[in-house]
Design a protein around this ligand. Structure first.
Ligand code: IPD
Ligand code: CA
Ligand code: CA
Length: 253
């Protein structure tokens, strides 16, 4: 189907392009797609590179990137977020990533999330496992929500919504030991896969934010559901847990 080493080489090269911009933020061109929703020259350059390389090596698959939209072949396609965590990137913070998933007949079969500033490369192949920098990863063993460290996200874009995640955050924060808002949903989900977080949830995301991360988490033993507990990859209501605190956290969603 695809070669994971080739995919890694392409994505690491894309990471080098992103890092070139990241090291020279004073000259970074930042535009707004809408109030509070940023796109930089780095997002555009990374997506252009990935589209060119992936279509060169895999012309049989379509391409859906956040910045360029969807191509015609929508059954079998790459799903790409060129920089997940653009706001953090533009401020010189380290939690941002390049997220690439391959969807075949509606199923995510491969996924990679690369955080270039951390030099952490996560990937998974459906049915074969998940890895961080070449080593197999697993979710954590924490089974008491009170001991857990949980990640979430808030988009300024959603601040106008009546249900904007703040009430849910307060409920969870009161029930847990640690909360994190790191700024890249794709990285957050990989941290659950790697046992660095015990769970993550967010609402109103898009498939390109979570497709790769969700497969990586599933392959590392996580439960991936919506806020009702239905198994599957649901961008509008995604809950990723280590499984052991799933019921405790689900009741707070
Ligand atoms: C954003 C990040 C962030 C999440 C936002 C997303 P972007 O993606 O994943 O963590 O809270 O909802 O939009 O815009 O930087 O690609
Ligand atoms: Ca994103
Ligand atoms: Ca993005």
């Amino acid at each position: 189907m695809i070669s994971l080493p080739l995919l890694e080489r392409i994505i690491r090269d894309a990471g080098e392009i992103a890092l070139t911009y990241f090291r020279d933020l004073n000259h970074l061109t930042v535009d707004k797609k809408s109030p509070r929703d940023f796109v930089t020259a780095a997002d555009l350059a990374v997506e252009k590179f990935l589209q060119a390389k992936l279509s060169e090596h895999y012309p049989q698959y379509g391409f859906w990137g956040e910045e360029s939209g969807q191509s015609k072949n929508q059954t079998n396609r790459w799903i790409v977020d060129p920089i997940d965590g653009t706001h953090s990137f533009s401020r010189g913070q380290y939690y941002w990533s390049i997220s690439v998933a391959l969807e075949i007949d509606g199923v995510i079969v491969a996924g990679a999330v690369y955080a270039p500033a951390l030099d952490d490369y996560y990937c998974a192949s459906k049915g074969y496992g998940a890895w961080r920098n070449g080593k197999t990863i697993h979710v954590s063993e924490i089974d008491d929500l009170g001991d857990a460290m949980i990640g979430t996200g808030f988009a300024c874009l959603r601040s106008y919504l009546e249900n904007n995640n703040l009430e849910r955050f307060c409920r969870v924060a009161q029930a847990t030991t640690g909360q994190r808002r790191l700024g890249s949903a794709a990285v957050d989900i990989c941290l659950v896969a790697d046992g660095q977080l015990d769970a993550f949830w967010e609402q109103e995301l898009n498939l390109y934010d979570i497709a790769a991360g969700a497969l990586i988490a599933q392959e590392a033993g996580a439960t991936v559901t919506d806020f009702q507990g239905n198994a599957g990859i649901f961008p509008k209501h995604i809950l990723v847990t280590n499984g052991k605190i799933f019921n405790q956290l689900l009741s707070l969603m």
